[in-house]
Design a protein around this ligand. Sequence first.
Ligand code: ADP
Ligand code: GLC
Length: 492
Amino acid sequence: MCDCAGAMRIIFASSEVVPYSKTGGLGDVAGALPQALAAIGCEVIVITPRYSGWADRPGGLVGHSTGELLFSDLAVPFAGGLRYASVWRDHRDGVPIWFIDYPEYFGGGYIYGSGDDDAERFAFFSRAVLELTKRLGSPPDLLHCHDWQAGFIPAYLASVFAQDPFFAGTATLFTIHNLAYQGWFSPGLLDRFGLGWSIYEQGMEFHQAANAMKAGISLSTAVSTVSPRYAEEIQTAEYGNRMEGLLRWRSGDLIGILNGVDYGEWDPATDRHIAANYSIDSLDAKLACKRDLLDRYHLPIDLERPLIAVVARLTVQKGIDLIARAIWRMLDTGARFVLLGAGSESDEGFFQHVRDSRPDQVGVYFGFNQALSHQVEAGADMFLMPSAYEPCGLNQMYSLRYGTVPIVRGVGGLDDTIRDFDAVTREGNGFKFYEYSEERMLEKIYEAMMAFYDHDLWRTLQVNGMREDFSWKRAAKVYLDAYRRIIARRRR
Ligand code: ADP
Ligand code: GLC
């Protein structure tokens, strides 16, 4: 039982956890927030799948769990019978990480596949989280479920476990990291998942299909998302992915909490991946990182020209089409451009074509490369993030700490974290435009370049960014307060 002052018991359920698995920011969050919560007195347990069988190019981080095998007989009622999963455990900074090991679902060498297959894999994961929670013996005060993959958890709690006294005092918080990925699946699978029709009608049916995101939003005690701005945006038709009505209905229970940065991982003063360590007081050493980065991308070592970088999943979300439309004009300024990302064949093909056309100006790396993502942050002068939508975005916050000036579209968490630079007052930490247009983006790129060639002004801008503090410590306190309120509401 939570005394709400000390050891609140929280279980985190996430499909990605750094350093074991990652395709994007969710992994970073689930790998750092629990530790920050533990540091302020929460008792946190993380539960995640144990992926294995990695292929050559998995499109995500391929950490293997190094933990110990605890038992191999976790009985999970699923797909018409009992399935037995193995359970592993590791520890990270005082937080136990528990792994659900079931090779039939998680041994295929990928984190996400598609459609009904993924729905089945993560429904199983969600059910296994609840079975493991029971096996651990003491009920949690709150289950913190991340994205649609864990959206089945509130659905199981509201159906299969509705009368189970074990969970009678357990609240749920469902965090939306990205509303665009919703976990749609055929309603015909509900029986197979052990969910049944009444829960479908009560909170999973969405446009005649079953939807795990909807279950998370409608059946949890409370809902959060990863920035205050995105929490407002998703209640509008423009950003609501057809769920705006549902989210407005839940608006009293919906909060936006800005993500933090794990400065233990992302700090140029200590980063083990980069060519030279530096801080505000030794910013000149950043040039060694720029030299190293140009070299890695087989570009001429010209330190005078601005180097613009993109690290992203190459998707519509990240404004890749804007970049594609603007790239030739951007390159005509003489800027260098490096890209790290994985995407569709046509997107990768386009950027390869740009590289082949301007081999002295452009470098590309298609795939997932963690060390390189750090080297890009350290070596670039500017970080371009013209997202169509951005629930939070971590890369712009990493860039700030690395003295790499973000150029962003003012949407979601980008709007909450980046303040447009004013060359007169010298205030601001980056460049920000609003309209989704390459013209507006190019204006900001030109403005950034003007500032870049004014050494003193640029230094001010870099230092403004490096002084920002987006540590998880601050965010963890906000979560803790939210947990308290949610648990109290559940018990009223
Ligand atoms: P999203 O979660 O939408 O992809 P975020 O900015 O929140 O966006 O987080 C992206 C995370 O994934 C960052 O840690 C970034 O460095 C990392 N990342 C994205 N693409 C790659 C890649 N190709 N290689 C290595 N890291 C990547
Ligand atoms: C999602 C969002 C991203 C956010 C991340 C972590 O992947 O696209 O904006 O930073 O989750 O919350």
